[in-house]
Design a binder for this molecule. Sequence first.
Ligand code: GDP
Length: 474
Amino acid sequence: TVLFHLGEMATATESLDEATFEILGEELGYKIEIVSPEDEDRELLEAFDIDLEGEEAAETEENLEPRPPVVTVMGHVDHGKTRLLDAIRRANVQGGEAGGITQHIGAYQVWGEHEGVNRAITFLDTPGHEAFTAMRARGAVVTDVAILVVAADDGIMPQTIEALNHAKAAGVPIVVAVNKIDAEGANPDKVRAQLTEYELIAEEYGGDTMFVNVSAKTGEGVRDVIDAVLLTADAELELTANPNKLARGTAIEAKLDKGRGSVATVLIQAGTLRVGDSIVAGTAYGRVRAMLDENGEHVEEALPSRPVQVQGLSSVPRAGDTFLVTEDDRTARQIAEKREAAERNAQLAKARKRMSLEDFTRALEEGKVQSLNLILKGDVSGAVEALEDSLLKIEVDESVQLRIIHRAVGAISESDVNLATIDNAVIIGFNVRPDQKARAAASKEGVDIRYYSVIYNAIEDIEKSLKGMLEPEY
Ligand code: GDP
């Protein structure tokens, strides 16, 4: 009712934005606290005496040691991201090294001499901003520097701009690799000129972004790309971590392997991960049975910014899940189980959502339903009848049917909601609202209740829905 008076025509199954909730709280005399999944997880960990943020804030300079930058390669399709990642990797494989078949584990480290110092860089080798964005959507930003690949014979393209905006939104500094300089029609200067429009201004143009001409095909300039990444990291970032504590970080890739079970590549972001550690990653837990690097070699321990493939987890974590090492197996298992229970509840609530008018439109398009069931409630009988008459006059395709399974005068009751639940119906309230019990049941069962005070509006919505034209509201 309050929302209605505020001019917000929302039903029990719709999502509202945070600002609306806060206003609603104020109107009702409550203070609303918005709890995000991250907040919830933080509280969960605190219950186990784990306070990651507090720990990080307590790091002093003497605890911190430099760590390698973590780099993602982004850019338009076919501009050479994959080939550049291969070229970088090859440029650094020390010839004739023992063992090691290179494997794709989702990330690799290269070592190279830079200004007389031998330094490492970690590359995430799932190129593209989709993986980056998916991880970011889960709250994980593991990238320190982004390499934006632009083909010199093609120039900037839609995904170039998308990638650029994603990196910017995450506050990640960018190095531009102007690729395919060997190709016919390559015009690297044009790329520089084009990107000035997006506030990526090359150093040689007086800006502060490093642009490097490169050919992933011939290998020319590959070293310069690596140098540019290190220079940018040094100039813009303070990359340090405390290696002397229990490890934490992020899962970047995982799968189920026939012989080895769950294998997950994790990126260490603080601490040191060791074989034998008790670990929890998202809702997966277990003991680190073995760790492999990108050359398929066993490693006993992994320091910050190191990617390693971990075996021994109970299930497969998702990319972007954070992992942490716990004092003992039991803690890891309990954290995982609590998370799992929370996820299951959220999933159940989603599954409980019944048919809404928008869903009907979608189901209709997919050919899944033929009939829209409605329950009509109104304040006066004349209105209910008028509504029913008009609805039944709507002309629709023969394959679609409108069924009014119940009509009555009065407030929307719990039994209306129960009926709607059983018959997957949408409830139309004309100048009436649900009572307390009905509202609770509707929100629990995910029944769509729509409120109208103008008959025409009700008819219009339902007509659109029947014709498969109702746009989802957000
Ligand atoms: P991605 O979609 O960005 O990962 O692009 P790919 O790495 O798959 O490259 C797309 C195509 O461009 C492939 O045929 C590559 O061989 C080619 N390619 C990549 N880099 C270069 C380059 O530096 N020069 C030339 N001539 N071709 C390249």
